[in-house]
Design a protein around this ligand. Structure first.
Ligand SMILES: [Zn+2]
Ligand SMILES: [Zn+2]
Length: 98
């Protein structure tokens, strides 16, 4: 057996993901680096991994995806649902700058 790259899992149900869709926005400004005031931290968000069923749901707007930017998570999940750190997944507003 050759080792394969880690399989992405659907962010909504944990089944192996068959699809990856673009997030509503690609970057997330995290503000200034406290150790270097001249440097602002911008995060590049990954694709949203989804199984076939949830990919359809998200594309049709039936399921909403949020992001938890807590350093313990930094993952996608169902919008408004509590993430692993306890904070709910927050909406990724495509127009907001910060
Ligand atoms: Zn799924
Ligand atoms: Zn979290």
């Amino acid at each position: 057996m050759t080792s394969t790259a880690s399989v992405s899992l659907c962010i909504l149900c944990g089944e192996p993901a068959t699809d990856a869709i673009d997030p509503p926005r690609r970057t997330l400004a995290r503000g200034l680096d406290p150790g270097d005031p001249s440097y602002s931290v911008t995060v590049i968000l990954p694709d949203i991994a989804l199984c076939a069923e949830h990919s359809l749901g998200v594309r049709h707007g039936e399921r909403l995806v949020g992001w938890c930017d807590d350093q313990r998570c930094r993952t996608y999940g169902a919008l408004g649902e509590p993430s692993a750190c306890g904070l709910p997944y927050a909406k990724l507003d495509p127009t907001k700058r910060n």
